[in-house]
Design a protein around this ligand. Sequence first.
Ligand SMILES: *[C@@H]1O[C@H](CO)[C@@H](O)[C@H](O)[C@H]1NC(C)=O
Ligand SMILES: *[C@@H]1O[C@H](CO)[C@@H](O)[C@H](O)[C@H]1NC(C)=O
Ligand SMILES: *[C@@H]1O[C@H](CO)[C@@H](O)[C@H](O)[C@H]1NC(C)=O
Ligand SMILES: *[C@@H]1O[C@H](CO)[C@@H](O)[C@H](O)[C@H]1NC(C)=O
Ligand SMILES: *[C@@H]1O[C@H](CO)[C@@H](O)[C@H](O)[C@H]1NC(C)=O
Ligand SMILES: *[C@@H]1O[C@H](CO)[C@@H](O)[C@H](O)[C@H]1NC(C)=O
Length: 728
Amino acid sequence: MALLIRVLALSLLCHGVIAGPSGPAAAQALTERSAPRKLHGRFLHITDIHPDQFYKVHSSTDQDGACHRGKGPAGTYGAETTDCDTPFALVNATFDWIAANLRDKIDFVVWTGDSARHDRDERIPRTPDQVLGTNAWIADRFAQLFADSDGRGMTVPVVPSFGNNDILPHNILMPGPNKWLQYYTHIWRHFIPEEQKHTFELGGWFHVEVIPNKLAVFSLNTLYFFDRNAGVDGCANPSEPGYKQLEWLRVQLQLLRERGMKAILMGHVPPARTQSKRLWDETCWQKYSLWTHQFRDVVVVGLYGHMNIDHFLIHDKDDIDMAAMSGSSEVGTREAMEDELSVQSASDYLVELREHWSKLPPPPTLASKREEINKGGRRERGKKRKDRWAERYHLSLIGPSIVPNYFPTLRVFEYNITGLENAAVWKDTSKKALAQDTADVSQKPLDLRHLSTIESDAEAEAETDIDINKSKKKKKRKNKPKKPQHDPNLIIPSPPSKTAPPGPAYSPQPLTLTGFTQYFANLTYINNLNLTSADEDDTETSSLPFFSWLRDGGGDDDGDDWWWWLRRWRKGKHSGKKPAGARPPRPREFAFEVEYSTFEDRIYRLDDLTVNSFVELAVRIGGVVGSSGEEEGGREVDAGMGLDDEGEGDEGVEVEVDEFEEGEDGSEKGGSDDDEEEEVGVEKKKKKKKGRKGKDRRRKRKGNKTWLHFLRHAFVCTLEKDELKKFS
Ligand SMILES: *[C@@H]1O[C@H](CO)[C@@H](O)[C@H](O)[C@H]1NC(C)=O
Ligand SMILES: *[C@@H]1O[C@H](CO)[C@@H](O)[C@H](O)[C@H]1NC(C)=O
Ligand SMILES: *[C@@H]1O[C@H](CO)[C@@H](O)[C@H](O)[C@H]1NC(C)=O
Ligand SMILES: *[C@@H]1O[C@H](CO)[C@@H](O)[C@H](O)[C@H]1NC(C)=O
Ligand SMILES: *[C@@H]1O[C@H](CO)[C@@H](O)[C@H](O)[C@H]1NC(C)=O
Ligand SMILES: *[C@@H]1O[C@H](CO)[C@@H](O)[C@H](O)[C@H]1NC(C)=O
């Protein structure tokens, strides 16, 4: 019986079951009433709200209509799978849902920007009033949502950050001080600690001690790192705001280290970087990677938005290149990524990530497994990892959006609060902030002019485990003209002390992220549209409603602001359909439901959100190659991207079965059988018969299974299984 229930629950992975927090902390929450605890061990990540005051229900979702006019399938709570922005009704419903389900159960909010509509409708260009107006509206809603009963403050801190659409023209933010930073100093007045308002006005970055003396959240102004911001130029030159921001970050992280505190870094544009694409200027990316590596005892994780697809990044210290950091070496062939990814370019990007993951040295558990496989003269794959805690890596988690490019989502993280039961909470100290001891150095406004003299680089350099000679070697090979090898302005942060234990990003301890629950709102269900069949001229589109536009391969342009008009607008899954009759919209009750939870997801099997757990997952998503050897490294990136899925034969079918009827497989033991990483429960009976060859096939398939699962969630369960298979 219990088995049956589990099977049902598993087959409903994307349909969700219950609304409301789940996982261990949820159970704890119920017992809180008798013994109240100040911290809940939970926080909300919300991103890319994109409210659009011109959104019109039952308007057209095509490019001319843009959900602003015409007659079409735009639903009450938004037009899922389109390029339309967010109706106010969805914003309201989201806040109402947070109020009812999360408000009293979380410790802080990470809000990673883009709270204005896109500039996509030629007929209604954005104005500063609109951009600032929707931002102020959202900011005030957060302030009201968490308003203290006495009305004098907030119960929990909300940490906002700039999105590339929160300014005008989008992407371009000049160095501060400027009027945009001034506006936001006011709009975010409830969120920026009083003593940092001055530095915020200069650079748009700040941090909040969300758990006083324990944990700080750093709001990074990623627009100063963003490759598309033509108003600034990277992070190598001390006059650049990107440089200053990283100096600020370095000094602050050092102070946190000295105080025994930890940090969550957050911002809008993620430090995404693959073989061919990047979002940040290379010098900024390099320094950020160096900082996060050197402060690996302090930094818990990086949280970002902007890309709308659910995924993660693994940064490797071996990618750090001192010459690239100072801008003196060639940046390579990476192009800047488009503003917003089409599904096509998003999956190209994800395929590149997978490529990279498939080459990661496996974590210890898998390494021993692989040794087994490689026995008998088979090729060794990758270096074996000695680094028990995977400390050479750093993790960025990218949350999907509220704007329903797929389905609207929210993410609720849980973290370890063992031993913090009696820690002071933000609310206790926030009101006293003004009167606080000004001798506390961390509270002092920073004077940016003095930052570069704080440490001598020679000292710090000696302490890093980064190969600062690497770039020299490279350069010799390239035989390039001589330039300064090492930026005299670069101050390498000191690494953790040799006796320091691994930080919360690496080994489970207080403030380690233990998991998250990903919520989504199924707008197809909730909007409850009664639609006619597609128009004549759209028949072809409607036979493959969501996918057909991919054929044009839209989104390849690497261009400037006009790129948008080159690629095709996404009309969405209901494209070409119209509301039937004159019936007014009859939406169902709005609710977010669980899309998946890392505590329960039996394919991801994440014991926690430590780097090791993600590296292990990444290796599984990458796919276990090495069984037949030949795909390794030579996996054809494009092969699976074509629209024919011929040649997959039986194996393709098996993928389907594995992925979409997980219930049968999942009915074996719990997720505790770590040692069976690759084999877990898959057709155990058949295993013996199939022997070596069967095992190989199973391994390959298993890799694709995790990959398909990852892809499915990347697009928030909006793509059907046959559509997903085209990417694998
Ligand atoms: C969303 O709802 C529609 C309509 O009820 C349903 O067909 C679809 O399977 C649902 N999608 C997910 C991911 O739950
Ligand atoms: C959303 O909420 C605001 C109040 O914050 C209200 O004025 C507005 O009418 C609501 N809009 C919709 C579409 O529900
Ligand atoms: C870099 O090279 C120099 C000499 O070539 C050597 O003395 C130094 O130890 C090297 N530094 C590192 C960090 O490997
Ligand atoms: C939380 O941290 C404590 C103390 O380090 C540790 O004993 C415990 O196992 C951790 N809990 C989880 C769920 O990782
Ligand atoms: C959908 O619209 C058609 C045409 O107006 C109508 O006949 C039908 O009853 C409607 N269905 C629902 C469920 O409202
Ligand atoms: C798994 O994916 C790879 C490429 O991504 C493909 O070559 C292979 O055929 C797939 N395997 C199966 C069993 O579908």
